[in-house]
Design a protein. Structure first.
Length: 326
C-alpha cells in the first residue's frame, strides 16, 4: 500500500473529470521546506512562523534572523509559492519569554492571539512584515494574516503593511511588487462576513481547526470536550461551503489549511463543496491525493448538496455514506 502511494507522488493532481487540484504543504520550520519540495507539492500553503519564535528561546528573533529563515524557505522551494503566515501566538501557543509580564488570560483562545497580538505590538509586527517583504525578492511569497474578524483590524493591517513597505524603501531593501496578501478565515464572524475579506485580500485560507473550535465553542486543546469537536457539525459545513461559494463568485482563490484538508475522510466533501486547493501536513499528502484522483467532481457536487441539506444525524450519516459511494 505504501509503495502504491509513493508511485502517486509525481503524477499530476487532478480529479477523474480532469479538474486540476493544488496540493500544498503545511510547514513549521525552515528545514521542512526541502522535504515538501521532494514530496511533490506545488507550494507551501502554510508556514506557521510562530514556531521560529517558540523554539526554546527567551527573546524574539530580529529582522535579519527572520529574513534569513523566510529566505531559506523561499529559495528551497525553487520558484513555487510560499505562504508565510504572520505570528500566531497566544492560546495553545504561548510565547516562551522568560521575563514576559503578560498576565495569564482566563480565556486565552478568546484573548490577545495572532493578529490581535501583532496589532498590539506594532514594532514587532513591522519587523516581521519587513523580513517577509525582503524574502519576497527571492521568489513568490504570499503573506497570510491569522485570526482576522473586524474591518478595523483589516484596515490596521493594511496600514502597517504599507508602513513596512515604506520602511523597506527608505532602507534600500528590495521586495516584490507581486506579493499577495491573504486572510485566514477561522473565526465564524469572518466566514459569515466573508464579503468584507473578498474586497481587501488576494486570497483566503480556511483554518478549520479554529473555525470548528469557535463555531462549536469547544476548546480544541481540552480533552474533556474533545468528543464534541465535530468537523461534520452542519454549522461548520455551512460556514465552509459559504466561504468557498462566495470566494468562487468573487474570483478569489481559497484553500483549506486546517487538519480537515489532510484527513482523507473529508476530501470528497471538500471537493464537492468546490475546494481546489488543499494544504496539509506532509504525512497526509498522498492519502489525500489518492482520494482526489478517484473523485468525479460533478457527481460529488450533487451529493454534497444532500449533505448540506441534512441536519438530523441519521440523515447526515446517510448523505455522507452516499457521498462516499458515488
Ligand atoms: C487552523 O486554525 O485551522 C490553522 C490552520 O491554524 P492553527 O492550527 O495554526 O491555529
Ligand atoms: Mg488557526
Amino acid at each position: 500500500e505504501q509503495r502504491k502511494l509513493q508511485r502517486l507522488k509525481f503524477s499530476p493532481t487532478q480529479t477523474l473529470d480532469g479538474t486540476p487540484i493544488g496540493l500544498y504543504a503545511n510547514i513549521e520550520l525552515p528545514e521542512d521546506a526541502a522535504a515538501a519540495l521532494a514530496a511533490g507539492v506545488v507550494g507551501i500553503g502554510l508556514f506557521r512562523t510562530e514556531f521560529l519564535y517558540m523554539r526554546n528561546r527567551y527573546d524574539l528573533p530580529g529582522e535579519e534572523e527572520q529574513f534569513e529563515a523566510y529566505r531559506q524557505v523561499v529559495e528551497a522551494m525553487k520558484g513555487l509559492p510560499v505562504t508565510i503566515r504572520t505570528i500566531d501566538v497566544g492560546a495553545d501557543k504561548p510565547l516562551d519569554l522568560r521575563d514576559g509580564d503578560t498576565e495569564v488570560a482566563v480565556n486565552p483562545a478568546l484573548g490577545l492571539r495572532a493578529i490581535r497580538w501583532s496589532l498590539s505590538e506594532p514594532q514587532m509586527f513591522l519587523t516581521q512584515l519587513r523580513a517577509i517583504l525582503r524574502a519576497s525578492a527571492f521568489g513568490p511569497v504570499k503573506l497570510l494574516i491569522p485570526m482576522l474578524a473586524h474591518a478595523q483590524e483589516i484596515a490596521q493591517t493594511l496600514d502597517l503593511l504599507k508602513q513596512a513597505k515604506r520602511q523597506c524603501d527608505d532602507a534600500g531593501m528590495v521586495y516584490s511588487s507581486e506579493l499577495k496578501l491573504g486572510a485566514m478565515i477561522e473565526i465564524p464572524a469572518a466566514a459569515l462576513a466573508v464579503q468584507l475579506f473578498l474586497k481587501h485580500f488576494d486570497f483566503l485560507s480556511i483554518g478549520t481547526n479554529d473555525l470548528i473550535q469557535y463555531t462549536l465553542a469547544i476548546d480544541r486543546s481540552d480533552s474533556a470536550v474533545a468528543h464534541l469537536y465535530d468537523p461534520l457539525h452542519p454549522a461548520v459545513l455551512h460556514l465552509i461551503a459559504h466561504t468557498l461559494r462566495q470566494a468562487k463568485q468573487a474570483g478569489v482563490s481559497v484553500s483549506v489549511c486546517g487538519e480537515m484538508a489532510g484527513d482523507p475522510v473529508f476530501t470528497r466533501l471538500l471537493l464537492g463543496m468546490g475546494l481546489t486547493e488543499f494544504s496539509t501536513h506532509l504525512s497526509q499528502l498522498l492519502v489525500v491525493k489518492q482520494e482526489i484522483l478517484r473523485a468525479h467532481l460533478p457527481t460529488l457536487e450533487m451529493s454534497v448538496k444532500e449533505v448540506l441539506a441534512a441536519y438530523e444525524p441519521a440523515e447526515l450519516q446517510a448523505a455522507l455514506h452516499r457521498l462516499a459511494q458515488v
